[in-house]
Design a protein around this ligand. Structure first.
Ligand code: NAD
Length: 459
């Protein structure tokens, strides 16, 4: 099928490259010329394991452009995967979506095109995009008079994205489920056909990513527009609150002398609960959980509904970042003048995404209290220099330099590189060997044997 993807960020790029790999003819449109140039040269502008390999394997079906006119005409499906950040009042800022929809409408030229919201958009956005498309299309027909494309039809659908950065390709080719929603049955048929190779797992896996043994077929949830839109927010908010719940229990565990890691393990083995997303620590970050929980609360308030559970999950998450700083203060007493190293800046391992990363809040809070900080990340430093110029001078080029003369080091992001460090090598470099495990992932007894004063955010 002929596919156009608007926006080549984490989501749009993964969607476009994966669909091209499956044999669809894909054109990716982005307004950012530098990104388009890089992608055309086969290089990936984001850090995402396997993406450059998949780009190479899909290259013959894939084009990158800044022009909608190269991608939209004749497309069976147009995905819109632009960013939807939070506006000042917490509701999603839909400027990018509006502009993309207007541009799509200007270029539509096919007997039937499904325009799909792949971005995470509030409930009702499908209808909103449909109205924008119809208005812009009518305007264009008026302006173009006789030259208007005859028989052009389109319908809007929602196809929320559930990929995890760092695991994006596997999550796309071997997802837990695919959700499609539309009030137009023909759209659902088109999307069903588009995703057949994934639903039935009939494709030959990429050379670098074999199919997991337990994946034979992928469940398809084919539903109405509003339900598909709500599924995405409901799922993200649930994952966010699961983490916050583990952190809330973690604070109590610390008071009563229980080990939160053992508590979480004991809870997670109950299949009704499940072990994932029960990891205590400095909490969630990233581009999605923060803004999506905020958006859910904002949408609910339009209907005079409170979302007390979701609000509490957000508060607990913010508190965890503050607790990390308080733990250091309790231990060091005075933070002014202390040198504190943060290992890990990206909001989680295997990505260079720094949006709402806990490390940013922790670093800023330490600086505000007069401490000096040193920062390290194995992958995200280039992006960090661009996005966080005020914190960039605190970057340490090596891990040795980060540890040197530090009063405390905090493991903020559990990169494999950090877990595999020869920790015995660094303890002697520190002024005082305080190690705060912000993710509860290090072996506390081993660290103590090596000479560290091991602390965890909870316990
Ligand atoms: P991103 O910021 O990485 O990428 C957005 C891209 O869209 C950028 O390359 C930008 O240049 C481009 N763009 C903006 N306006 C455009 C326009 N009018 N025309 C063409 N291109 C345009 O964003 P992302 O992380 O890929 O997220 C996209 C959406 O997917 C968001 O709604 C997000 O909530 C959702 N989502 C993200 C993730 C994730 O892990 N990142 C997971 C699931 C869902």
């Amino acid at each position: 099928m002929k596919v156009c993807v608007v926006g080549t960020g984490y989501v749009g790029l993964t969607t476009g490259v994966s669909l091209a790999f499956l044999g669809h003819e894909v054109t990716c449109v982005d307004l950012d010329q530098a990104k388009v140039d890089m992608l055309t040269a086969g290089r990936c502008p984001i850090y995402e394991p396997g993406m450059e390999d998949l780009l190479a394997e899909a290259a013959q079906n894939l084009t990158f452009t800044t022009s909608y006119a190269d991608g939209v005409p004749g497309a069976d499906v147009v995905f819109v995967a632009v960013q939807t950040p939070s506006a000042a009042d917490g509701s999603p800022d839909l400027r990018y979506l509006r502009s993309a929809a207007e541009s799509v409408a200007q270029a539509l030229d096919h007997d039937f095109t499904v325009v799909v919201n792949k971005s995470t958009v509030p409930i009702g956005s499908g209808n909103w995009v449909d109205a924008i498309l119809r208005d812009s299309f009518k305007q264009r027909q008026k302006e173009q008079g006789e030259n208007r494309p005859e028989g052009t039809e389109f319908a809007v659908a929602s196809n929320p994205e559930f990929l995890r950065e760092g695991n994006a390709i596997a999550d796309t080719l071997y997802p837990d489920r695919i959700v499609i929603g539309s009030d137009n049955p023909r759209s659902l048929e088109v999307l069903n056909r588009l995703y057949r190779p994934i639903i039935n797992q009939t494709f030959t896996p990429p050379t670098f990513l074999s199919r997991p043994e337990d994946v034979n077929a992928v469940p398809l949830v084919s539903t109405d527009l509003a339900s598909a839109e709500l599924i995405k927010y409901a799922a993200n908010a649930f994952l966010a609150l699961k983490i916050s719940y583990a952190n809330e229990i973690g604070q109590l565990a610390a008071k009563v002398g229980a080990d939160i890691t053992e508590v979480a393990r004991g809870m997670g083995l109950d299949q009704r609960i499940g072990s994932r997303f029960l990891q205590p620590g400095v909490g969630w970050g990233g581009s999605c959980f923060g803004k999506d929980t905020k958006a859910l609360i904002a949408t609910a308030s339009e209907y005079n509904l409170e979302m007390p559970i979701v609000k509490a999950a957000r508060d607990v998450n913010q508190r965890q970042r503050a607790i990390a700083v308080e733990r250091l203060q309790d231990e060091l007493r005075i933070l002014k003048g202390r040198k504190i190293g943060l290992l890990g800046l990206a909001f989680k391992p295997n990505t260079d995404d720094l949006r709402d990363a806990p490390a940013l809040d922790i670093a800023n809070s330490l600086l505000a209290r007069g401490a000096r900080v040193k920062l390290h990340d194995p992958v995200a430093t280039d992006r960090f220099r661009v996005e966080q110029p005020e914190l960039a001078p605190y970057l340490s080029p090596t891990i040795d330099e980060l540890f040197a003369d530090c009063d405390a080091v905090v493991l903020v992001t559990e990169w494999a590189q950090y877990l595999e460090l020869d920790w015995s090598k660094f303890v002697g470099l520190m002024r005082s060997p305080i190690l705060l495990d912000g993710r509860h992932v290090l072996d506390a007894d081993r660290m103590r044997r090596l000479g560290y004063k091991y602390l965890a955010v909870a316990g």
